[in-house]
Design a protein around this ligand. Structure first.
Ligand SMILES: NC(=O)c1ccc[n+]([C@@H]2O[C@H](COP(=O)([O-])OP(=O)(O)OC[C@H]3O[C@@H](n4cnc5c(N)ncnc54)[C@H](OP(=O)(O)O)[C@@H]3O)[C@@H](O)[C@H]2O)c1
Length: 302
């Protein structure tokens, strides 16, 4: 047998879900959400399967015969994409587009993950799924190319969820790290100058699973309601931690220009708020606000 991992969940579960890139922040959230929904889940990390090895992916998915594949595998670090664009393209574009073709061939439904960095951030009005701009970065161009490749000429089998500013337990993203930084540091400097949407990965995974169950296809923005800055988020996080009686060492949170913060050399959209009207139509309810996502994050463990 090519795939040596085992299905989680009860035998005979109705829906078999394979999660690719299951070791990452979004992948872990997708696994947890699919399990919580009662599905039978096969969590495949990079060590289990490299999504760029086309034959192996095909053989594995043919053998596993999943109902859904959720692709959370990617190179999500912008500098890495800029420094090794060909390798990044193979993971971020070629592999997902191939998964789209395999979905049609093998008869599974695919959920792929896009990014708000497909936008340049030239405006001050939330972006809808139909909006287009030339991305500012190699990473953004790759994410857009995968969206285009997956959505062009597709039947109903592909859902692309466009997420933004993910945070969740064990995440390497800045927002994921804020509670720890507030516990450890006297003073926190936070890069200013960008407004966007964000998403608690745990809730995002649940929403993606719900959209899959509702057989939604095409492109859907999956983020919390409300525009946010890193500074707003850090300050709200401190207040919430204190209200919960958690230990907070940090006494001062200071906004600083982007250029003064190391690791942010690549151009990011100054504005990337995503409209959630389509999401809310598909769910039949309002999406939660980012403050609620933050509360869940702190409650469920950072
Ligand atoms: N993080 C955000 O704020 C954010 C915002 C917008 C969109 N997104 C999108 O969300 C998705 C998930 O991002 P994330 O934040 O969860 O990133 P992440 O934590 O870095 O997870 C990505 C996972 O993909 C794995 N991977 C890398 N190359 C692979 C390959 N060739 N085959 C199989 N697995 C591979 C990585 O494994 P290793 O770690 O072992 O290399 C990692 O576990 C991506 O599509 C990203 O573009 C993220």
């Amino acid at each position: 047998m090519e795939c040596v991992c085992v299905w989680s969940g009860k035998g005979g579960a109705v829906v078999k879900v394979v999660v690719l890139g299951a070791g990452g922040l979004w992948g872990r959230a997708c696994v947890a959400a699919a399990e919580k929904a009662g599905h039978s889940v096969m969590a495949l990390r990079r060590e289990d399967i490299d999504i760029t090895v086309a034959d192996r992916v095909r053989d594995c998915l043919k053998e596993l015969a999943p109902d859904w594949v959720m692709n959370a595998a990617a190179w999500a670090r912008m500098e890495r994409c800029r420094e090794a664009p060909t390798a990044a393209w193979a993971i971020n574009v070629e592999a997902p587009v191939r998964l789209g073709r395999l979905a049609a061939e093998l008869g599974f439904r695919l959920c792929h993950t896009s990014s708000d960095y497909v936008f340049a951030g030239k405006r001050r009005k939330p972006y809808a799924e139909s909006d287009r701009e030339e991305p500012l970065s190699e990473y953004g161009r790759q994410k857009l190319a995968a969206d285009d490749g997956l959505l062009a000429g597709q039947g109903g089998g592909v859902l692309v969820v466009r997420v933004a500013w993910l945070f969740g337990p064990g995440g390497a993203t800045f927002m994921s790290q804020i509670p720890r930084l507030l516990r450890e540091r006297d003073r926190l400097e936070v890069a200013e100058g960008r407004v966007g949407s964000c998403l608690f990965a745990g809730e995002g995974g649940e929403v993606a699973v719900e959209l899959m169950a509702r057989e939604v296809s095409g492109l859907v923005h999956v983020v919390h309601r409300g525009a946010v800055t890193w500074l707003d988020f850090a300050r709200a996080c401190r207040e919430e931690m204190m209200a919960r009686g958690e230990e907070v060492r940090c006494e001062e949170i200071q906004g600083v220009p982007m250029g003064r913060v190391s690791g942010l050399a690549d151009a990011r959209p100054p504005f990337s708020v995503l409209a959630v009207e389509r999401l809310e139509r598909e769910l039949g309810r309002p999406m939660s606000g980012w403050d609620e996502g933050l509360k869940r994050f702190l409650q469920e463990g950072t």
